[in-house]
Design a protein around this ligand. Structure first.
Ligand code: CFM
Length: 483
């Protein structure tokens, strides 16, 4: 459908579909909306780049390796500290930034030597790191630096059994950050999981895949799974370490949370090692319960599963009801990367009685849009790769009470007097799982029911007008101050 702001970019019409409208196809819900396509030149897209998806999302959280960016400092700056994928030991992945800091000279003469120097220097400073991940960016890719070769040379020079792994994730190489997830999965599988050293399968062991421990989500996701009596080999990649990633084939089951960013590696492990995987949502009571049920079912411990679910539900029941009473009926616009657009509508609507009226996904593919349409109510507006004016139009025209999105969109909401919660890096957190739901609800309550919204829209008195202080009284003698 055509949003008003899209008159100059009619290509956008196929990226906006209202569930239940003529354009909507209940038989093929993922196909009725265009997605994962190049952005039209001139469109003010909000997407990130391939490097962002590889360095920022999939590789970056691995906690015991050095993360080296090959490119200008600006690329590294924006790879650092913006995504709170916490780990028990952050000394390598959140505290330090390593970058080859390419200058004009290297762009002309080549940047390989500079990269080699950077890797060796990083290793010298932090010799205890278990490995080194090197990420490519646009400029060295354009001039043809061979990062694979540099990584090999660095490995030989270090000569200390420290793997140096190069990720060919130049920013421009995909239509969005989603390509970077794929590159990250492929490289980790190809370079780090060695079929010659396949570990023995362990009976009651799982990997949690596609979970990044944003603001401590694992603190609330792990306990119910551990109460089932399961060992968690690795969480890929939040709080993940190199050795456990290499040992992924030892798990009997891969439990996939974010299928968009990490479904690739579980598919490859299934093909190569026969390890089955199940897809879950760790959000909201219905899907969280379903997740525990599915895992318990796999291990034939259904009864134990039910006990865990019952005790978790009882623990949150009273507080959940409290927040439901305070949040019910609020109209929500969710704008996230992809999976959270399908993870969250059932949680907001069933657990908290809210009304999800619009959903935007930055980089979702066809399967994400299928899941979104399956989980939202009739008439919900679904937008692929929304641009700035589209977000503003939806905020203005759809009577939105709460916008859930990222830092850079926050002020679009505030300027319109609409409340906001950060769905990417959270206002507080953790937000996932049974218990995180209460934290999420608390932050939404603080946002939506903040008394400040009663004041927004009231007419302000001009300075010096009746009832308002005379501003000059407060600045004293104004002489010397420019007119
Ligand atoms: Fe997966 Fe994620 Fe997401 Fe994502 Fe992201 Fe994210 Fe996201 Mo921000 S891995 S796709 S690339 S669930 S960082 S923790 S919140 S856009 S919807």
């Amino acid at each position: 459908m055509r949003l008003n702001c899209n008159d100059p970019i009619p290509d956008r019409d196929d990226h906006v579909v209202r569930k239940g409208s003529e354009e909507y196809d209940p038989e093929n819900p993922g196909e009725c909306i265009d997605s994962n396509e190049p952005t039209t030149p001139g469109d003010m897209t909000e997407r990130g780049c391939t490097y962002a998806g590889c360095r920022g999302v999939v590789g970056g959280p691995v906690k015991d390796v050095l993360h080296v960016t090959h490119g200008p400092t600006g690329c590294a700056y924006y790879s650092w500290g913006y995504r709170p994928h916490l780990a028990s030991d952050t000394s390598q992945h959140m505290d330090n930034v390593f970058v080859s800091n390419l200058q004009e000279n290297q762009i002309i003469m080549g940047g390989e030597d500079r990269l080699l120097e950077t890797i060796l220097e990083a290793h010298e400073e932090f010799p205890d790191a278990e490995g080194i991940f090197v990420y490519n960016t646009c400029s060295p890719a354009l001039i043809g630096d061979d990062g694979f070769d540099v990584a090999k040379r660095a490995e030989e020079e270090i000569d200390d059994d420290v793997p140096v792994t190069f990720f060919p994730c130049a920013g421009f190489s995909g239509v969005s950050q989603s390509k970077g997830h794929h590159v990250g999965n492929n490289v980790i599988f190809d370079e780090l999981i060695d079929p010659a050293e396949t570990p023995e399968r362990e009976e009651m062991t799982i990997n949690i895949v596609g979970e990044y421990n944003i603001k401590g989500d694992l603190e609330v996701i792990r306990p119910p799974l551990e109460e089932l009596g399961l060992d968690i080999n690795v969480t890929f990649t939040g709080d993940g370490d190199l050795e456990s990633i290499r040992q992924m084939p030892k798990a009997s089951l891969n439990v996939v949370h974010c299928a968009r960013s990490a479904g690739y590696i579980t598919d490859m492990i299934e093909d190569a090692y026969g390890t089955p995987s199940i897809e879950v949502s760790f959000w909201g009571t219905r899907h969280m319960s379903k997740a525990i049920e599915k895992v318990a079912d796999f291990f034939d411990i259904e009864e134990r599963g039910q006990e865990v679910i019952d005790s978790e539900l009882t623990a949150i029941d009273e507080q959940l009801q409290y927040y439901r009473d305070r949040l019910e009926g609020n109209r929500v616009f969710i704008y996230q990367g992809g999976p959270r657009c399908w993870h969250w509508p059932p949680m907001l609507e069933e657990d908290l009685g809210m009304d999800v009226v619009a959903v935007g996904s930055t980089f979702g593919h066809e399967d994400d849009h299928r899941k979104i349409f399956e989980r939202v109510g009739e008439d919900t507006l679904v937008v692929d790769n929304p641009n700035g004016p589209e977000l503003e139009e939806i905020l203005a025209d759809y009577d939105i009470d709460l916008f859930i999105s990222g830092n850079k969109e926050k002020f679009l909401a505030y300027k319109r007097g609409i409340s906001f919660v950060n769905g990417h890096s959270y206002d507080s957190g953790p937000y996932a799982g049974f218990r995180g739901l209460l934290g999420f609800a608390e932050d939404m309550d603080k946002a939506v029911n903040n008394p400040v919204w009663d004041l927004v829209g009231e007419e302000a008195e001009p300075f010096g007008g009746d009832g308002s202080p005379d501003v000059l009284d407060h600045v004293g003698d104004a002489s010397g101050v420019a007119d």
